[in-house]
Design a protein around this ligand. Structure first.
Ligand code: SF4
Ligand code: SF4
Length: 293
């Protein structure tokens, strides 16, 4: 199964499975996938699936794992292209290309399968003009030789196929992040080269949501940002609230879109915390060296 977040311009070759046309929601496709089809599971035997933050939340909740545990066991990072952005893809079964969730009966996480799996064989084409803040959606069709669903006698519009596959909810929860990534990819020199810390923050707030929650609970965060108790409680308990908050923080850090108030004495507190850390470190080093003598 190819990753469906496609840039159609990247597929100019005649042998590409991507039909070189962009469609809207009203376009009718001929497609049906079902358990008795001869190619059942073929798409899940050869995966290339990028995950969104919402995909990760759904899967880690389903599996009863923390985001860190999920990322370690089921994903690997990849270079997103411009600005050293890092994305996350599903890690196949060791030594082959099959999805770790594939079983003889089909997908073992079907109700929580990622956006790409829901869309297939349709590809979402998100584009953003430099002078706009929103992305525009159009669609492509992926026709791979192994997929026999294209020969089934069912016609359906892309819009109805999205509804049938439960894509709308995934797109709603993924939209802000998708726009953020498009903005980062297209921002180029306006944000300069991103620091390692900013990129690590992007990774944590986007994908490793439970570690991000620990950050929100940390003394350093509390000393820097002003948030009310109601929001704080939601962030401690609700992954989706935290995902949206992560988006705000990334925008504030990387694009200066200030939506989070900082405490007036945040800088003084930061300096005194650093001094305290330095003092403790110096004391420990002094103790170590006196033990050695
Ligand atoms: S998550 Fe499910 S549908 Fe997606 S590739 Fe894996 S087994 Fe197939
Ligand atoms: S019809 Fe296509 S999507 Fe369905 S199982 Fe076969 S290869 Fe996968």
């Amino acid at each position: 199964m190819a990753d469906v977040d496609i840039d159609i311009k990247d597929s100019p070759f005649v042998e590409s499975p991507v039909v070189p046309e962009q469609f809207d929601e009203d376009h009718v496709i001929k497609f049906r996938c079902h358990k008795d089809i001869e190619c059942f599971n073929a798409c899940c035997r050869n995966i290339d699936i990028m995950l969104t933050p919402y995909d990760i939340i759904r899967l880690k909740q389903r599996l009863g794992l923390t985001s860190s545990e999920f990322l370690k066991k089921y994903t690997y990072p990849f270079d997103f292209g411009k600005n050293s952005l890092v994305g996350v893809k599903m890690e196949p079964v060791e030594g082959c290309t099959a999805c770790q969730f594939m079983t003889d009966e089909g997908c073992s996480v079907y109700e929580d399968r990622p956006t790409s799996c829901r869309y297939y064989p349709v590809g979402l084409l998100s584009t953003r003009r430099a002078d706009e803040n929103v992305d525009r959606a159009s669609y492509a069709l992926v026709q791979e030789d192994h997929c026999k669903g294209h020969f089934e006698e069912r016609e359906i519009t892309i819009g109805d196929y999205r509804k049938e596959q439960g894509v709308e909810e995934y797109d709603d929860h993924g939209r802000a992040w998708r726009q953020l990534v498009l903005k980062m990819k297209s921002a180029g020199p306006s944000i300069g080269s991103l620091s390692k810390t900013s990129l690590q923050f992007f990774f944590m707030a986007s994908y490793d949501i439970d570690r991000f929650r620990e950050f929100i609970k940390s003394e350093g965060f509390g000393a820097t940002f002003q948030i009310d108790d109601e929001l704080r409680q939601k962030l401690y308990e609700d992954d989706l609230e935290l995902m949206r908050f992560g988006d705000r923080m990334i925008r504030q850090i990387m694009f200066g879109e200030e939506t989070l108030a900082k405490k007036d004495d945040a800088y003084d507190q930061l300096v005194s915390r650093r001094e305290e850390q330095r003092r403790i470190r110096d004391e420990l080093e002094a103790e170590d060296s006196s033990d050695d003598t």
